[in-house]
Design a protein around this ligand. Structure first.
Ligand code: PLP
Length: 387
């Protein structure tokens, strides 16, 4: 199998599993229990918090462990608005974990602006400056788009929010584990991470909350996480997250180099084999893009769109895992909200394909995947009914 779907999830790094094992076996105590076994778990959680904080350039009190990116995003959106500043500004290309809460707020009558991104999915600082007003309490924008890889100019936007006294939340789920993230350098007030995107376990994430930012909990009950997220801590997962982030930061330069070089090879091979048959939705300027994603869309042939899902199934039969940009809803292929947001027409969006690369991929994976893709496209062409 050749796995090219790392933006969806990544395999668990064996070094991470090793760090988690004692907490999955003998060290099962509840981190809130006062006995020795409980205290061991408490130490593991707080040690992980210290390490994560140091890796992000944050204070330990600023790190909230959550169940993943979705919960971190929801908590940020719902947790910091005040009656004086009830408004949100975000973009139509955000992940659903941001968009759905924003849309709900809009429906309930709050001042919510959903910006239309440019052709590759990013919004500009100028668009944000124009959209915010004295009622805006939060701007939420992602660091890199999960479908396109496009990066948002976070530093500039964070700075303009700070000047205006507006909180800035960044969903960094796709860049954590690849790019160095220093919260002070980025200038963010809130930042979401999810361990399963950087070779850690599923179901655990972080919400960084800058000191001084008041956060109302989304999940209420016990007083864990300084009353910002109730619930017994998932100790093995938290330990795994810290280990995975540590490895990611240590290996960041090498991962970026490896991923960029593989993506360039993938792009080159695709152009050589299928040039003219597809458009590239990911920006070609590599400084504007996270290094692991390449999103292309096959152009309709003789007016007939490619069936992206069928293409994926064909690739899957050949042992290649990738992802499409459209899903079949009520019998018709619907482009994803991101492809719609960048204005891709339905016919082209139907043939969208996202490859997302990982640290375990090799040059030979790329070459084989492109060969198999060419074969699948030819096969689909042969089986197409004449018009
Ligand atoms: N935000 C982005 C950009 C993502 O890519 C994802 C996962 O697909 C999420 C949020 C949600 O993260 P999780 O799967 O940990 O809930």
């Amino acid at each position: 199998m050749i796995y090219l779907d790392h933006a969806a999830t990544t395999p668990l790094d064996p070094r991470v599993l090793e760090a988690m094992m004692p907490h999955l076996k003998d060290r099962f105590g509840n981190a809130s229990s006062v006995h020795g076994l409980g205290r061991k778990s408490r130490v593991a959680v707080e040690d992980s918090r210290e390490r994560v904080a140091a890796l992000l350039g944050a204070e330990t009190s600023e790190i909230v462990f959550t169940s993943g990116g979705t919960e971190s995003d929801n908590t940020a959106l719902k947790g910091v608005l005040t009656d004086d500043q009830p408004g949100v500004v975000t973009s139509a290309a955000e992940h659903e974990a941001v968009l759905k809460p924003a849309e709900q707020m809009l429906e309930s009558g709050r001042p919510v602006t959903i910006l239309r991104p440019g052709p590759h999915g990013a919004v500009s600082p100028e668009q944000v400056a124009e959209a915010v007003d004295e009622r805006t309490g939060l701007v939420s924008l992602m660091h890199a788009n999960n479908e396109l890889g496009t990066m948002t100019p976070i530093r500039e936007i964070a700075a303009l929010c700070r000047e205006r006294g507006i909180r800035f939340h960044c969903d960094a789920v796709q860049t954590a584990g690849i790019l160095d993230l220093d919260v002070k350098d980025l200038g963010v007030d809130l930042l979401s991470l999810s361990a399963h995107k950087f070779y850690g376990p599923k179901g655990v994430g972080v919400l960084y909350v800058r000191g001084g930012v008041e956060l109302h909990p989304l999940v209420e009950g016990g007083s864990q996480e300084r009353k910002r997220r109730a619930g017994t801590e998932n100790v093995p997962a938290i330990v795994g997250l810290a280990k995975a982030l540590e490895l990611a930061v240590e290996e960041s330069a090498e991962r970026v180099r490896h991923l960029s070089s593989l993506r360039a090879r993938l792009h080159r091979n695709l152009e050589q084999a299928l040039g003219g048959k597809f458009v590239v939705n990911t920006p070609v300027d590599e400084h504007a893009t996270a290094p692991h994603v390449l999103n292309i869309a096959f152009l309709p042939r003789d007016g007939e769109p490619y069936d992206g899902e069928m293409l994926l199934l064909n690739l899957d039969m050949e042992g290649i895992c990738a992802s499409a940009g459209s899903a079949c809803t009520s019998g018709a292929l619907e482009p994803s909200h991101v492809l719609r947001a960048i204005g891709l027409d339905n016919g082209t969006a139907a043939g969208a394909l996202r490859f997302s690369l990982g640290k375990g991929n090799t040059e030979s994976d790329i070459d084989t995947a492109v060969d198999k893709l060419v074969a699948a496209i030819e096969r689909m062409g042969r089986f197409r009914q004449p018009a």
